[in-house]
Design a protein around this ligand. Structure first.
Ligand code: GLU
Length: 481
Protein backbone atom coordinates (compact mmCIF):
# COMPACT_ATOMS: atom_id res chain seq x y z
CA UNK A 1 0.00 0.00 0.00
CA UNK A 2 1.44 3.35 -0.90
CA UNK A 3 1.71 5.90 1.86
CA UNK A 4 0.06 9.31 1.64
CA UNK A 5 2.73 11.93 1.10
CA UNK A 6 2.93 14.31 4.06
CA UNK A 7 5.40 17.19 4.04
CA UNK A 8 5.86 19.94 6.56
CA UNK A 9 7.24 23.39 7.04
CA UNK A 10 8.57 23.95 10.54
CA UNK A 11 9.52 27.58 11.12
CA UNK A 12 10.98 28.88 14.37
CA UNK A 13 9.03 32.05 15.21
CA UNK A 14 12.06 34.17 15.96
CA UNK A 15 11.71 36.82 13.26
CA UNK A 16 10.18 37.49 9.88
CA UNK A 17 9.80 34.80 7.25
CA UNK A 18 13.17 34.67 5.50
CA UNK A 19 13.19 34.29 1.75
CA UNK A 20 15.19 31.03 2.04
CA UNK A 21 12.64 29.58 4.43
CA UNK A 22 9.84 30.74 2.15
CA UNK A 23 11.47 28.74 -0.62
CA UNK A 24 11.53 25.68 1.66
CA UNK A 25 7.85 26.17 2.47
CA UNK A 26 6.93 26.57 -1.20
CA UNK A 27 8.77 23.38 -2.18
CA UNK A 28 7.12 21.36 0.58
CA UNK A 29 3.75 22.72 -0.46
CA UNK A 30 4.37 21.87 -4.12
CA UNK A 31 5.54 18.35 -3.26
CA UNK A 32 2.46 17.66 -1.15
CA UNK A 33 0.06 19.10 -3.74
CA UNK A 34 1.80 17.25 -6.58
CA UNK A 35 1.31 13.96 -4.77
CA UNK A 36 -2.24 14.74 -3.64
CA UNK A 37 -0.90 14.57 -0.10
CA UNK A 38 -0.90 16.89 2.88
CA UNK A 39 1.14 19.92 3.82
CA UNK A 40 1.58 20.53 7.53
CA UNK A 41 2.63 23.69 9.34
CA UNK A 42 4.45 23.19 12.63
CA UNK A 43 5.69 26.03 14.80
CA UNK A 44 9.01 25.21 16.46
CA UNK A 45 8.91 27.53 19.42
CA UNK A 46 10.99 25.71 22.01
CA UNK A 47 13.51 28.53 22.11
CA UNK A 48 11.49 30.45 24.66
CA UNK A 49 13.74 33.46 24.73
CA UNK A 50 13.68 34.14 21.03
CA UNK A 51 10.22 32.92 20.04
CA UNK A 52 7.41 35.46 19.94
CA UNK A 53 3.73 35.42 19.10
CA UNK A 54 4.25 38.40 16.81
CA UNK A 55 6.77 36.43 14.75
CA UNK A 56 4.42 33.48 14.51
CA UNK A 57 1.58 35.74 13.38
CA UNK A 58 3.77 37.46 10.81
CA UNK A 59 5.07 34.14 9.44
CA UNK A 60 1.53 32.80 9.07
CA UNK A 61 0.45 36.01 7.39
CA UNK A 62 3.33 35.81 4.92
CA UNK A 63 2.63 32.15 4.13
CA UNK A 64 -1.01 33.05 3.49
CA UNK A 65 0.01 35.95 1.30
CA UNK A 66 2.22 33.55 -0.67
CA UNK A 67 -0.91 31.48 -1.21
CA UNK A 68 0.41 28.38 0.55
CA UNK A 69 -2.49 26.65 2.22
CA UNK A 70 -1.78 24.06 4.86
CA UNK A 71 -3.96 21.09 5.75
CA UNK A 72 -2.93 20.96 9.38
CA UNK A 73 -1.40 23.64 11.56
CA UNK A 74 -1.65 25.67 14.75
CA UNK A 75 -4.63 27.65 13.48
CA UNK A 76 -6.39 24.91 11.51
CA UNK A 77 -5.81 22.00 13.88
CA UNK A 78 -5.68 18.39 12.69
CA UNK A 79 -5.37 14.85 13.96
CA UNK A 80 -1.68 15.04 14.77
CA UNK A 81 -1.84 18.25 16.85
CA UNK A 82 -1.05 20.31 18.70
CA UNK A 83 1.10 21.96 16.04
CA UNK A 84 3.06 24.28 18.31
CA UNK A 85 6.00 22.58 20.00
CA UNK A 86 5.47 24.53 23.22
CA UNK A 87 2.13 22.73 23.52
CA UNK A 88 3.66 19.27 23.06
CA UNK A 89 5.87 19.16 26.14
CA UNK A 90 4.18 16.10 27.62
CA UNK A 91 4.91 14.16 24.43
CA UNK A 92 8.60 15.05 24.55
CA UNK A 93 8.75 14.19 28.23
CA UNK A 94 7.21 10.74 27.81
CA UNK A 95 9.48 9.96 24.88
CA UNK A 96 12.53 11.20 26.74
CA UNK A 97 11.56 8.92 29.64
CA UNK A 98 11.45 5.97 27.25
CA UNK A 99 14.99 6.65 26.07
CA UNK A 100 16.25 7.10 29.63
CA UNK A 101 14.55 3.83 30.55
CA UNK A 102 16.19 1.97 27.68
CA UNK A 103 19.55 3.59 28.56
CA UNK A 104 19.91 5.22 25.16
CA UNK A 105 20.15 8.51 26.96
CA UNK A 106 21.94 9.52 30.14
CA UNK A 107 21.90 12.51 32.47
CA UNK A 108 24.84 14.86 32.01
CA UNK A 109 25.82 17.12 34.88
CA UNK A 110 28.67 18.95 33.16
CA UNK A 111 28.38 22.72 33.42
CA UNK A 112 28.87 25.05 30.48
CA UNK A 113 32.20 26.16 32.00
CA UNK A 114 33.44 22.59 32.34
CA UNK A 115 32.45 21.78 28.78
CA UNK A 116 34.18 24.90 27.51
CA UNK A 117 37.33 24.16 29.45
CA UNK A 118 37.46 20.63 28.05
CA UNK A 119 36.87 21.91 24.56
CA UNK A 120 39.80 24.29 24.84
CA UNK A 121 42.02 21.43 26.04
CA UNK A 122 40.91 19.25 23.13
CA UNK A 123 41.59 22.06 20.68
CA UNK A 124 45.03 22.67 22.19
CA UNK A 125 45.88 19.00 21.72
CA UNK A 126 44.51 19.03 18.19
CA UNK A 127 41.80 16.54 19.12
CA UNK A 128 38.22 16.43 17.87
CA UNK A 129 35.93 18.50 20.09
CA UNK A 130 33.13 16.02 20.65
CA UNK A 131 31.81 15.43 24.14
CA UNK A 132 34.28 13.14 25.87
CA UNK A 133 31.69 10.95 27.56
CA UNK A 134 32.42 12.32 31.04
CA UNK A 135 28.95 11.53 32.44
CA UNK A 136 28.28 8.38 30.41
CA UNK A 137 29.06 5.91 33.14
CA UNK A 138 28.48 7.84 36.33
CA UNK A 139 27.78 5.69 39.35
CA UNK A 140 24.72 6.19 41.47
CA UNK A 141 26.92 7.84 44.08
CA UNK A 142 28.45 10.27 41.57
CA UNK A 143 25.00 11.29 40.44
CA UNK A 144 23.87 11.81 44.02
CA UNK A 145 26.90 13.96 44.64
CA UNK A 146 26.14 16.21 41.67
CA UNK A 147 22.48 16.44 42.61
CA UNK A 148 23.48 17.42 46.13
CA UNK A 149 25.55 20.25 44.61
CA UNK A 150 22.31 21.49 43.07
CA UNK A 151 23.24 20.54 39.54
CA UNK A 152 20.31 19.77 37.28
CA UNK A 153 21.19 17.35 34.47
CA UNK A 154 20.73 17.77 30.76
CA UNK A 155 20.14 14.57 28.77
CA UNK A 156 22.64 13.20 26.31
CA UNK A 157 22.04 10.68 23.60
CA UNK A 158 24.59 7.86 23.26
CA UNK A 159 25.86 8.12 19.70
CA UNK A 160 27.12 4.54 19.55
CA UNK A 161 27.56 3.88 15.89
CA UNK A 162 30.24 3.17 13.32
CA UNK A 163 28.59 5.50 10.87
CA UNK A 164 25.21 6.75 9.70
CA UNK A 165 24.21 6.59 6.06
CA UNK A 166 21.10 8.00 4.47
CA UNK A 167 19.91 8.43 0.93
CA UNK A 168 19.29 12.11 0.36
CA UNK A 169 16.77 12.76 -2.41
CA UNK A 170 19.02 15.52 -3.74
CA UNK A 171 22.56 14.61 -2.69
CA UNK A 172 22.38 10.83 -3.01
CA UNK A 173 24.04 8.67 -0.33
CA UNK A 174 25.40 10.66 2.60
CA UNK A 175 27.62 8.89 5.14
CA UNK A 176 28.83 10.38 8.38
CA UNK A 177 31.32 8.51 10.61
CA UNK A 178 30.01 7.92 14.13
CA UNK A 179 33.03 9.54 15.77
CA UNK A 180 32.04 12.86 14.24
CA UNK A 181 28.77 12.87 16.10
CA UNK A 182 29.69 12.53 19.76
CA UNK A 183 27.07 12.07 22.48
CA UNK A 184 24.70 14.99 21.97
CA UNK A 185 22.20 16.73 24.20
CA UNK A 186 18.55 16.08 23.37
CA UNK A 187 16.98 17.85 26.36
CA UNK A 188 18.27 20.72 28.44
CA UNK A 189 18.34 20.84 32.20
CA UNK A 190 14.69 21.31 33.12
CA UNK A 191 13.58 19.03 30.29
CA UNK A 192 13.19 21.51 27.43
CA UNK A 193 13.77 19.39 24.30
CA UNK A 194 16.50 20.34 21.84
CA UNK A 195 15.64 20.84 18.18
CA UNK A 196 16.93 17.44 17.01
CA UNK A 197 14.82 15.57 19.52
CA UNK A 198 11.54 17.49 19.23
CA UNK A 199 11.85 17.43 15.46
CA UNK A 200 12.11 13.62 15.35
CA UNK A 201 9.23 13.05 17.75
CA UNK A 202 7.05 15.43 15.76
CA UNK A 203 8.02 14.25 12.29
CA UNK A 204 7.31 10.69 13.40
CA UNK A 205 4.03 11.34 15.19
CA UNK A 206 2.86 13.64 12.40
CA UNK A 207 3.67 10.85 9.92
CA UNK A 208 5.84 13.04 7.76
CA UNK A 209 7.03 11.09 4.73
CA UNK A 210 9.52 13.58 3.25
CA UNK A 211 11.57 16.05 5.23
CA UNK A 212 12.62 18.76 2.79
CA UNK A 213 14.70 21.54 4.33
CA UNK A 214 17.71 23.76 3.83
CA UNK A 215 21.11 22.11 3.71
CA UNK A 216 22.17 24.01 6.84
CA UNK A 217 20.42 21.10 8.56
CA UNK A 218 22.33 18.32 6.84
CA UNK A 219 24.61 17.86 9.86
CA UNK A 220 21.55 17.35 12.09
CA UNK A 221 20.13 14.54 10.01
CA UNK A 222 22.51 11.72 11.14
CA UNK A 223 21.73 12.58 14.76
CA UNK A 224 18.03 12.56 14.02
CA UNK A 225 18.37 9.19 12.31
CA UNK A 226 20.02 7.77 15.44
CA UNK A 227 17.03 8.93 17.46
CA UNK A 228 14.62 7.25 15.02
CA UNK A 229 16.64 4.06 15.37
CA UNK A 230 16.60 4.27 19.16
CA UNK A 231 12.80 4.18 19.07
CA UNK A 232 12.74 1.51 16.36
CA UNK A 233 11.03 3.94 13.97
CA UNK A 234 11.55 4.17 10.22
CA UNK A 235 12.94 7.61 9.34
CA UNK A 236 11.24 9.66 6.61
CA UNK A 237 13.07 10.43 3.38
CA UNK A 238 15.29 13.48 3.49
CA UNK A 239 16.06 16.14 0.91
CA UNK A 240 18.42 19.00 1.70
CA UNK A 241 18.08 21.93 -0.62
CA UNK A 242 21.17 23.99 -1.39
CA UNK A 243 21.41 27.43 0.08
CA UNK A 244 20.63 30.68 -1.71
CA UNK A 245 23.59 32.90 -2.56
CA UNK A 246 23.85 36.62 -3.21
CA UNK A 247 25.34 37.84 -6.51
CA UNK A 248 28.81 37.71 -4.89
CA UNK A 249 28.23 33.99 -4.24
CA UNK A 250 28.18 34.51 -0.49
CA UNK A 251 25.25 33.23 1.52
CA UNK A 252 22.25 35.53 0.99
CA UNK A 253 22.12 38.01 3.85
CA UNK A 254 20.83 41.44 4.78
CA UNK A 255 23.76 43.17 3.16
CA UNK A 256 22.50 41.90 -0.22
CA UNK A 257 19.21 43.74 0.29
CA UNK A 258 15.76 42.52 1.23
CA UNK A 259 15.75 39.07 2.80
CA UNK A 260 12.28 38.66 4.20
CA UNK A 261 9.00 38.02 2.45
CA UNK A 262 7.28 41.05 3.97
CA UNK A 263 9.95 43.32 2.48
CA UNK A 264 9.27 41.90 -0.97
CA UNK A 265 5.55 42.38 -0.49
CA UNK A 266 6.12 45.99 0.54
CA UNK A 267 8.35 46.60 -2.46
CA UNK A 268 5.49 45.59 -4.70
CA UNK A 269 6.24 42.05 -5.79
CA UNK A 270 3.29 39.81 -6.54
CA UNK A 271 3.01 36.59 -4.62
CA UNK A 272 2.51 34.56 -7.81
CA UNK A 273 5.77 35.95 -9.19
CA UNK A 274 7.67 35.37 -5.95
CA UNK A 275 6.41 31.79 -5.70
CA UNK A 276 7.39 31.16 -9.32
CA UNK A 277 10.83 32.76 -8.86
CA UNK A 278 11.67 31.03 -5.57
CA UNK A 279 10.58 27.64 -6.91
CA UNK A 280 13.03 28.01 -9.76
CA UNK A 281 15.91 28.60 -7.35
CA UNK A 282 15.86 24.90 -6.55
CA UNK A 283 14.11 23.30 -9.43
CA UNK A 284 13.52 23.58 -13.15
CA UNK A 285 10.73 22.44 -15.40
CA UNK A 286 11.59 19.85 -18.00
CA UNK A 287 9.90 22.12 -20.55
CA UNK A 288 12.56 24.78 -19.96
CA UNK A 289 9.78 27.34 -19.37
CA UNK A 290 10.35 29.86 -16.65
CA UNK A 291 6.99 31.54 -16.27
CA UNK A 292 5.04 28.81 -14.53
CA UNK A 293 1.66 29.14 -12.88
CA UNK A 294 1.10 27.44 -9.55
CA UNK A 295 -0.80 24.71 -11.39
CA UNK A 296 2.19 24.02 -13.62
CA UNK A 297 4.66 24.17 -10.73
CA UNK A 298 2.57 21.51 -9.03
CA UNK A 299 1.92 19.28 -11.99
CA UNK A 300 5.47 19.41 -13.41
CA UNK A 301 7.32 18.93 -10.13
CA UNK A 302 9.79 16.09 -10.13
CA UNK A 303 12.40 15.30 -7.45
CA UNK A 304 14.92 14.39 -10.12
CA UNK A 305 14.93 17.99 -11.31
CA UNK A 306 15.89 19.47 -7.96
CA UNK A 307 19.24 21.19 -8.26
CA UNK A 308 22.32 20.04 -6.34
CA UNK A 309 24.11 23.34 -6.56
CA UNK A 310 23.52 26.55 -4.70
CA UNK A 311 21.33 29.07 -6.49
CA UNK A 312 22.18 32.73 -6.95
CA UNK A 313 19.39 35.16 -6.13
CA UNK A 314 19.13 37.32 -9.23
CA UNK A 315 17.03 40.40 -8.46
CA UNK A 316 16.98 41.46 -12.09
CA UNK A 317 15.38 38.19 -13.03
CA UNK A 318 12.83 38.55 -10.25
CA UNK A 319 12.00 42.06 -11.48
CA UNK A 320 11.61 40.80 -15.02
CA UNK A 321 9.37 37.98 -13.86
CA UNK A 322 7.30 40.28 -11.68
CA UNK A 323 6.86 42.62 -14.65
CA UNK A 324 5.56 39.69 -16.70
CA UNK A 325 3.04 38.84 -13.99
CA UNK A 326 1.96 42.47 -13.72
CA UNK A 327 1.35 42.63 -17.46
CA UNK A 328 -0.71 39.45 -17.29
CA UNK A 329 -3.14 40.90 -14.74
CA UNK A 330 -6.34 42.41 -15.97
CA UNK A 331 -6.57 46.15 -15.48
CA UNK A 332 -9.27 45.91 -12.81
CA UNK A 333 -7.20 43.50 -10.70
CA UNK A 334 -4.02 45.55 -11.07
CA UNK A 335 -5.97 48.69 -10.11
CA UNK A 336 -7.18 46.96 -6.96
CA UNK A 337 -3.57 46.18 -6.04
CA UNK A 338 -2.31 49.68 -6.87
CA UNK A 339 -5.11 51.65 -5.25
CA UNK A 340 -4.03 51.28 -1.58
CA UNK A 341 -0.38 51.89 -2.46
CA UNK A 342 -1.10 55.11 -4.35
CA UNK A 343 -3.67 56.26 -1.82
CA UNK A 344 -1.05 55.78 0.88
CA UNK A 345 1.33 57.93 -1.12
CA UNK A 346 -1.21 60.74 -0.93
CA UNK A 347 -2.54 60.68 -4.50
CA UNK A 348 -6.06 62.00 -4.57
CA UNK A 349 -7.92 59.04 -5.90
CA UNK A 350 -11.10 57.61 -4.46
CA UNK A 351 -11.43 54.13 -5.84
CA UNK A 352 -9.67 51.38 -7.73
CA UNK A 353 -12.23 51.85 -10.49
CA UNK A 354 -11.25 55.49 -10.92
CA UNK A 355 -7.64 54.40 -11.28
CA UNK A 356 -8.29 52.01 -14.16
CA UNK A 357 -7.56 54.40 -17.06
CA UNK A 358 -4.18 55.24 -15.53
CA UNK A 359 -3.44 51.63 -14.71
CA UNK A 360 -3.91 50.76 -18.35
CA UNK A 361 -1.39 53.44 -19.29
CA UNK A 362 1.38 52.36 -16.91
CA UNK A 363 0.86 48.60 -16.84
CA UNK A 364 3.51 47.95 -19.49
CA UNK A 365 5.99 50.22 -17.76
CA UNK A 366 6.24 48.89 -14.21
CA UNK A 367 8.05 45.86 -12.86
CA UNK A 368 7.01 46.31 -9.25
CA UNK A 369 3.77 47.73 -7.90
CA UNK A 370 5.76 50.41 -6.07
CA UNK A 371 7.16 51.65 -9.40
CA UNK A 372 3.69 53.06 -9.98
CA UNK A 373 4.27 55.75 -7.35
CA UNK A 374 6.60 57.58 -9.67
CA UNK A 375 4.92 56.62 -12.93
CA UNK A 376 1.52 58.04 -12.02
CA UNK A 377 2.88 61.36 -10.75
CA UNK A 378 2.41 62.91 -14.18
CA UNK A 379 -1.34 62.31 -14.05
CA UNK A 380 -1.87 64.10 -10.77
CA UNK A 381 0.31 67.20 -11.03
CA UNK A 382 -1.62 70.43 -11.19
CA UNK A 383 1.11 72.10 -13.24
CA UNK A 384 3.86 70.77 -15.39
CA UNK A 385 7.43 71.73 -14.81
CA UNK A 386 8.85 73.06 -18.05
CA UNK A 387 12.22 73.90 -16.60
CA UNK A 388 13.85 70.56 -17.18
CA UNK A 389 16.81 71.30 -19.53
CA UNK A 390 15.71 68.70 -22.06
CA UNK A 391 12.15 70.01 -21.98
CA UNK A 392 13.40 73.55 -22.51
CA UNK A 393 15.41 72.46 -25.51
CA UNK A 394 12.29 71.07 -27.13
CA UNK A 395 10.19 74.10 -26.27
CA UNK A 396 12.70 76.51 -27.66
CA UNK A 397 12.62 75.00 -31.15
CA UNK A 398 11.01 77.48 -33.54
CA UNK A 399 8.74 74.73 -34.83
CA UNK A 400 7.34 74.10 -31.36
CA UNK A 401 5.73 77.51 -31.17
CA UNK A 402 3.93 76.86 -34.43
CA UNK A 403 2.73 73.48 -33.21
CA UNK A 404 1.33 75.00 -30.02
CA UNK A 405 -0.42 77.77 -31.87
CA UNK A 406 -2.01 75.29 -34.28
CA UNK A 407 -2.99 73.03 -31.41
CA UNK A 408 -4.84 75.88 -29.75
CA UNK A 409 -6.50 76.95 -33.01
CA UNK A 410 -7.66 73.45 -33.83
CA UNK A 411 -8.96 72.69 -30.35
CA UNK A 412 -10.75 76.01 -30.06
CA UNK A 413 -13.82 74.54 -31.75
CA UNK A 414 -13.57 71.16 -30.08
CA UNK A 415 -15.99 70.17 -27.35
CA UNK A 416 -14.32 66.98 -26.17
CA UNK A 417 -10.86 65.51 -26.28
CA UNK A 418 -10.48 61.77 -25.87
CA UNK A 419 -8.55 58.80 -27.13
CA UNK A 420 -10.56 58.63 -30.34
CA UNK A 421 -10.52 62.32 -31.23
CA UNK A 422 -6.82 62.76 -30.47
CA UNK A 423 -5.39 61.24 -33.67
CA UNK A 424 -7.62 63.27 -36.01
CA UNK A 425 -6.76 66.31 -33.92
CA UNK A 426 -3.03 65.78 -34.34
CA UNK A 427 -3.54 65.23 -38.07
CA UNK A 428 -5.26 68.61 -38.20
CA UNK A 429 -2.42 70.22 -36.22
CA UNK A 430 0.05 68.73 -38.67
CA UNK A 431 -1.85 70.12 -41.62
CA UNK A 432 -2.29 73.56 -40.18
CA UNK A 433 1.31 73.89 -38.92
CA UNK A 434 3.02 72.00 -41.70
CA UNK A 435 5.10 70.23 -39.08
CA UNK A 436 5.18 66.48 -38.68
CA UNK A 437 6.98 63.58 -37.04
CA UNK A 438 9.13 64.14 -33.98
CA UNK A 439 8.92 67.90 -34.24
CA UNK A 440 5.16 67.68 -34.01
CA UNK A 441 4.81 65.05 -31.33
CA UNK A 442 7.66 65.91 -28.98
CA UNK A 443 6.56 69.47 -28.11
CA UNK A 444 2.99 68.30 -27.51
CA UNK A 445 4.19 65.58 -25.16
CA UNK A 446 6.48 68.00 -23.32
CA UNK A 447 3.78 70.66 -23.07
CA UNK A 448 1.28 68.20 -21.63
CA UNK A 449 3.53 66.20 -19.31
CA UNK A 450 6.81 68.07 -18.88
CA UNK A 451 8.55 64.88 -19.97
CA UNK A 452 10.16 63.64 -23.17
CA UNK A 453 9.03 60.08 -22.58
CA UNK A 454 6.03 58.63 -20.88
CA UNK A 455 2.78 56.80 -21.24
CA UNK A 456 0.66 56.60 -24.37
CA UNK A 457 -0.29 60.17 -25.26
CA UNK A 458 -3.84 59.51 -26.46
CA UNK A 459 -4.76 57.86 -23.17
CA UNK A 460 -2.98 60.58 -21.20
CA UNK A 461 -4.87 63.30 -23.04
CA UNK A 462 -8.15 61.56 -22.33
CA UNK A 463 -7.33 61.48 -18.62
CA UNK A 464 -6.48 65.20 -18.57
CA UNK A 465 -9.48 66.33 -20.62
CA UNK A 466 -9.72 69.20 -23.07
CA UNK A 467 -9.51 72.11 -20.67
CA UNK A 468 -6.33 70.99 -18.93
CA UNK A 469 -4.65 70.17 -22.24
CA UNK A 470 -5.42 73.61 -23.64
CA UNK A 471 -4.21 75.27 -20.48
CA UNK A 472 -0.91 73.43 -20.61
CA UNK A 473 -0.33 74.10 -24.28
CA UNK A 474 -1.07 77.79 -23.66
CA UNK A 475 1.55 77.80 -20.89
CA UNK A 476 4.04 76.07 -23.15
CA UNK A 477 3.38 78.63 -25.89
CA UNK A 478 4.10 81.43 -23.43
CA UNK A 479 7.22 79.65 -22.34
CA UNK A 480 8.48 79.09 -25.89
CA UNK A 481 8.26 82.76 -26.80
N1 GLU B 1 12.81 25.07 13.01
C1 GLU B 1 13.85 24.64 12.11
C2 GLU B 1 14.29 25.83 11.29
O1 GLU B 1 13.56 26.79 11.17
C3 GLU B 1 13.28 23.54 11.22
C4 GLU B 1 14.29 22.71 10.58
C5 GLU B 1 13.67 21.50 9.91
O2 GLU B 1 12.96 21.72 8.92
O3 GLU B 1 13.84 20.41 10.40
O4 GLU B 1 15.40 25.84 10.80
Amino acid sequence: MSQTVRTRFAPSPTGHLHIGNARTAILNWIIARHAGGQFILRVEDTDQERSTQESEASILKDLQWLGLDWDEGPDTGGNAGPYRQSERMDLYKSHLDQLIESEKVYPCYCTAEELEERRSEQLAKGEATQYNGHCRNLSYVDKQKYEAEGREPAFRFKADTESVTFEDLIRGAVTVPGDQLGDFIIARAGGMPMYNFACVIDDHLMEITQVVRGDDHVSNTPRQILIYQAFGWTPPQFAHIPMILGPDRQRLSKRHGATSVDQYREQGYLSDALVNFLSLLSWSSESGDEILTRERLISEFNFSRLSKSAAVFDTEKLDWMNGMYIRNLDVAELSRLLFPILKDRGYSIDSAKELEPITGLIQEKIERLSDANEKVAVFFKEDVNLNDPEARDVLSLSTSKQVFQSFLDVTDELSELNRETFMPLMKAVQQSSGIKGKELWMPVRVALTGQLHGPDLAGTVEWFGLEKCRKRVTQALEFSK
